[in-house]
Design a protein around this ligand. Structure first.
Ligand SMILES: Cc1ncc(C[n+]2csc(CCOP(=O)(O)OP(=O)(O)O)c2C)c(N)n1
Ligand SMILES: [Mg+2]
Length: 339
């Protein structure tokens, strides 16, 4: 379902989903051509979780994210060209090229840390929430992490402290399923996690926890809005598990694009290779959202095509900007460190 929002807000959510999709699809050929090196992860397939969830926050709230961070940063409003330059390790990057894909951050947007250390941000976000409570500054912290984080000891330790201290933190767990699995909502227990459903873990620490379909933008928006209101009222931490189906392009170690996204796929996936077709037909959150907008008379197919063209132009310009940006000077390596 669509979020209960005015049309302009719905279109803005859609535009941000397009930005994430085309931004990330453009990274794959850049990596394959050697324009940047090292590992990287794509958020494709989870856009209907991050985009509506982040839209529920105030501009002074804090956020933390993981190795799958690009979508979250773009959803929060990071400039695509500066994030792209960061991923390419260039001087014009968000963090002067020192963070790369894994550690891109945007403190001016409240994004304090992205960490490739699985679950590392859960205690950090609990700490920020502790500080906000002590300072009575009304700021909420949102910690966005994957299902794998719950296997780490840091998660329950932080849940315990957050619950005991009634801290203003939202734990948003994005369960993107297992490689090649069907819809996660129907998936069985993870082979590497004894607790199932995952919401049992925060519930053991008396943190209210809900399991929702992360492809349903309206449900994500409603659930996160309600959780945020409860946290702001002083009710303490909340936990949401949003389930999505892993994008076929993220099934192997190195991302690949099974089929370039085009909004027309929302109505015809016949051109998509067979093994990826079902995902684009029923699990692609962006295409689900596009269909819903048209069915609810909030946009026409032409409106969406034109929005997508503008986004593609913006991303092409971002690629040009990032590729043209110089690498940082060697002396930069010694700046901006605490030690
Ligand atoms: C502390 C730690 N242990 C192990 C790893 C290796 N590792 C990298 S990604 C990953 C799985 C993460 O799964 P999940 O949190 O569900 O994120 P997803 O990639 O599925 O979005 C692991 C175990 C790591 N980065 N950090
Ligand atoms: Mg996962």
């Amino acid at each position: 379902m669509l979020p209960k929002l005015p049309r302009d807000n719905l279109l803005e959510l859609c535009r941000r989903m397009f930005v994430i999709r085309h931004f990330e699809e453009s990274l794959v050929p850049l990596h394959d051509k050697g324009v940047f090196g090292g590992h990287y992860h794509l958020y494709i397939g989870q856009e209907a979780t991050g985009v509506p969830a982040i839209s529920c926050l105030r501009s002074d709230d804090y956020l933390f994210t993981t190795h799958r961070n690009h979508g979250h940063l773009l959803a929060r409003g990071a400039e695509p060209k500066r994030l792209l330059a960061e991923i390419l390790g260039r001087a014009d990057g968000l963090n002067k090229g020192k963070g790369g894909s894994f550690h891109s951050v945007a403190p001016t947007l409240g994004f304090l840390h992205s960490s490739g250390v699985v679950a590392g941000i859960i205690p950090l976000s609990t700490g920020t929430a502790y500080a906000s409570k002590a300072l009575k500054n009304g700021r909420l912290t949102v910690c966005l992490f994957g299902d794998g984080s719950l296997e780490e000891g840091a998660a329950p330790e932080a849940f315990n402290l957050a619950s005991l201290n009634k801290l203003p933190v939202l734990f948003l767990c994005e369960n993107n399923g297992k490689y090649g699995a069907g819809r996660a909502v129907a998936a069985g227990q993870s082979s590497s996690m004894a607790a199932y459903p995952l919401t049992d873990l925060p519930k053991a620490y008396k943190i209210p926890a809900q399991l929702i379909d992360g492809i349903d933008a309206g449900l994500v928006h409603a659930t996160v809005s309600e959780a945020v209101e409860k946290i702001r009222r002083g009710e303490g931490p909340q936990f949401i598990e949003a389930q999505t189906v892993r994008w076929p392009g993220s099934e192997t170690n190195w991302p690949s694009v099974p089929h370039p996204t085009d909004s027309s796929l929302a109505w015809d996936v016949s051109g998509v290779q067979e093994k990826a077709r079902e995902w684009y037909r029923s699990c692609d959150p962006l295409l689900v959202f596009a269909r819903e907008l048209v069915e609810a008379n909030q946009a026409t197919k032409d409106d969406l095509a034109s929005m997508e063209r503008q986004v593609k132009t913006e991303i092409a310009a971002a690629v040009e900007f990032a590729v043209a940006s110089p690498y940082p000077k060697p002396e930069e390596a010694e700046r901006n460190f605490f030690a």
